[in-house]
Design a protein around this ligand. Structure first.
Ligand SMILES: Cc1ncc(COP(=O)(O)O)c(C=O)c1O
Length: 428
């Protein structure tokens, strides 16, 4: 017999996706007909390099303390110090970050859960844009039961200053319905659109948060996976780099970062909160007891972050190979006239528009299209999973090995050629 809570968690079955039986995955030599799976956002291109560093540089430096409870569950002092130096060197914070403002747990996923518990009551919630990282929904809501208020930007560019008017309308509509908004959540660079927010938009968002006295949670987990910049593609601006003194209370502005993306090391399970709120930091450190990153992971990450030359070389190499793979993907999509979010310059994905292959403009048709693509040998996440406004978009991951990338593109292009009715309704 389970409690009501226990039954709710069982019914949610969040592990189901990991237990699905699938045939072999594509491998040019061993399984040329295998499934091309493009669902998880990982930097597969850099994993070997990362593993090699772990084996040769990190493991030999392990000390006895890594088998103890160490400095406690919220990150060793040395790791927090190394991360503070890393952030100060690479995120250009307006006020330098100190190790007291940094709290580690076992991933940004855990932090999202903790932050929802610490900032909302039931029937209070978070403001998010559309589309946005789909796992915010389970991560923020499962334990806290908070409400998520998704903002539609209609035809407005969500990276523009004017997008803030839409956030304001969504907040006011929610409050009229009795949902108090406590925080706005951003992913910058954006998942799934792969774009960085311009500084003036971030300033407008901060002013909005100041006006309504709500938290801004900026998930910057892809911060250093920006592979090109240009006039329509600004580089990464951390929320930490903005002078917020006359805009918003600094206790309301929080950054999430981790090693899963930029360091191709999701398996380390490490993420941190950077916050000037001593009270929030204290609350998160209490709950860190239940989400403690292993001291082994802590020690590995410390060696990585303390080696500035390695970090620079690794991140440069990563940006170069991501750029190469993005170019291969863009060329194939352009040749086949498949629309995609063109301004993307960060992350591991392109947001592609396959609405021309929908049998009708419904979410069910999008789900059917996902299954038709699966039967054609390609697995991708749908627009609905990212709370998109209209059906038909898919997240194409290009950070896979080159053979898989080329094969995945070939399958999508051949599918599109046969099944597209040449009417793309999303206007990407
Ligand atoms: C925007 C964003 N935040 C957080 C995560 C998960 O981070 P972690 O591996 O640190 O739990 C992901 C992973 O896809 C992500 O895309």
């Amino acid at each position: 017999m389970l409690s009501t809570r226990g039954r709710k968690y069982a019914d949610l079955n969040l592990a189901a996706g990991y237990m699905k039986k699938r045939g072999p995955l594509y491998n040019k030599l061993e399984h040329p007909d295998g499934l091309v799976s493009l669902t998880t956002a990982e930097n597969f291109l850099m994993q070997e390099r990362a593993l090699n560093f772990v084996k040769t540089e990190c493991l030999p430096k392990l000390e006895l303390s890594t088998l103890t409870y160490h400095d406690g569950p919220f990150g060793s002092r040395r790791l927090r110090h190394a991360m503070a130096n890393f952030i100060n060197a690479r995120f250009a914070p307006f006020v330098p970050v100190t190790n007291d403002e940094i709290t580690f747990v076992s991933g940004v996923t855990a932090l999202n859960e903790i932050l929802s518990l610490c900032t909302t009551e039931e029937n209070e919630g978070f403001l998010l844009g559309m589309p946005i990282y789909g796992s915010f929904a389970p991560d923020l809501q499962t334990k806290s039961n908070c409400r998520l208020v998704y903002t539609s930007f209609e035809d407005q560019d969500q990276f523009s200053v004017q997008a803030v008017d839409h956030y304001e309308r969504a907040l006011q509509d929610a409050e009229r319905e009795g949902i108090k908004v406590r925080a706005l959540v951003l992913t910058n660079p954006h998942n799934p659109l792969g774009q960085c927010y311009p500084q003036e938009t971030l300033e407008a968002i901060l002013r909005f948060c100041g006006k309504y006295n709500i938290h801004l949670i900026s998930d910057e987990i892809y911060a250093l996976s920006v592979y090109c910049t240009g006039p329509s593609r600004p580089g990464f601006t951390s929320i930490l780099s903005i002078d917020i003194r006359n805009i918003v209370d600094s206790h309301l502005v929080h950054v999430l970062y981790g090693l899963s993306k930029d360091f191709a090391a999701a398996g380390l399970r490490l993420g941190c909160l950077i916050s000037k709120s001593a009270q929030l930091t204290q609350a998160v450190r209490s709950l860190a007891r239940f989400h403690c990153a292993s001291p082994l992971t802590d020690a590995i990450a410390t060696t990585v972050l303390e080696d500035e030359d390695f970090c620079t070389e690794f991140l440069q190499e990563s940006q170069r190979v991501l750029g190469d793979h993005r170019a291969i993907a863009a060329e194939a999509l352009d040749d086949a006239n498949i629309p995609y979010a063109r301004n993307s310059n960060a992350g591991f994905f392109l947001w592609i528009d396959l609405s021309a292959c929908l049998q009708d403009p419904s979410w069910q048709a999008e789900e059917d299209l996902k299954m038709r693509l699966y039967d054609h040998g390609v697995e991708m996440s749908t627009g609905q999973a990212y709370h998109d406004r209209m059906p038909g978009s898919f997240r194409f991951i290009f950070s896979v090995d080159r053979d898989t990338l080329v094969e995945g593109l070939a399958r999508i292009v051949s599918f599109f050629k046969t099944h597209s009715n040449n009417v793309n309704v999303l206007g990407l």
